[in-house]
Design a binder for this molecule. Sequence first.
Ligand SMILES: CC(C)(COP(=O)(O)OP(=O)(O)OC[C@H]1O[C@@H](n2cnc3c(N)ncnc32)[C@H](O)[C@@H]1OP(=O)(O)O)[C@@H](O)C(=O)NCCC(=O)NCCS
Length: 265
Amino acid sequence: MQLRSLGRDDLPEAVALLDVAGLAGAKVNLARYLRCQPRCGWAAIVDGCLVGLVTVLRQGTAAFVGAMAVHPDHRGARIGRRLLEHGQDEARRDGVTTFLLEATPLGEHLYRKLGYVSEHDTLIVMNVRAGLPPPAQITADLVAIARLDRAATGVVRDDMLIGLVAEHGPGVAIHRAGELIAFGMIVGDRLGPVLAKDPDAGREIVDLLAPACSVSAVPEPNRAAVDALARHGFVEARRLRRMRLGPAVPIRVDRIWALASPGAG
Ligand SMILES: CC(C)(COP(=O)(O)OP(=O)(O)OC[C@H]1O[C@@H](n2cnc3c(N)ncnc32)[C@H](O)[C@@H]1OP(=O)(O)O)[C@@H](O)C(=O)NCCC(=O)NCCS
């Protein structure tokens, strides 16, 4: 088995593997992760075929692990472990000290073996009633959005936000006394990221955007967000476990109303 960097040319094979592995979100987002950080992905190759991959997105001194998949025919042979350890080693060389992720039940076995601990559950919620057109969106102040995002997630992911807004934005925002206090956007049929400094502003963003979306991911401890989405018909479809390796980051789950994606936080 060989480990090497995952390139844009690997995308068709990688997307097919994510499909087989049941990682629908990663399948949609992988190309964007590679555009944002061309050296964030790692591939495991056996007999010339891509049998495993993982992405490790740098977010300041933290990094977010996503798209972790090994082909079913090759599972249990420590390919997942070797891929992730390799990605972590490379990130540590760049000064990363904390790794974050949203684990599926299968992934959780692997992450626990590597020393990851649980932080909270994240609900994947779905809405069968979705379908209304999205509201008119505003021109976003990227500097203010990045500041709001840092204060909520505790990490620095300005490059990802700029890429998201450029491709899918601009999003909707709420200001109070000249300050941006909430921001949200829709990516495809997914609601998120949604960030808000207070519950009223978070609810307002959800009320504006949720009717046009069919899926979202929300930290379970943010009950106000879970309830706001439930009022729009979103019900729990499955859950992920947010896990961490290394020192905690100053996350404020009460300010995170919807994740950008399970592979980027
Ligand atoms: C999660 C996944 C990538 C693991 O890949 P893998 O190559 O089979 O994992 P490894 O063989 O490297 O296992 C690493 C460790 O985890 C343990 N482990 C892995 N899968 C396990 C399982 N289903 N049950 C119990 N332990 C498990 C192994 O025993 C091993 O421990 P060891 O190194 O001490 O022997 C693979 O199951 C997969 O692609 N699943 C579907 C997609 C998915 O859910 N990805 C996670 C997204 S968060």
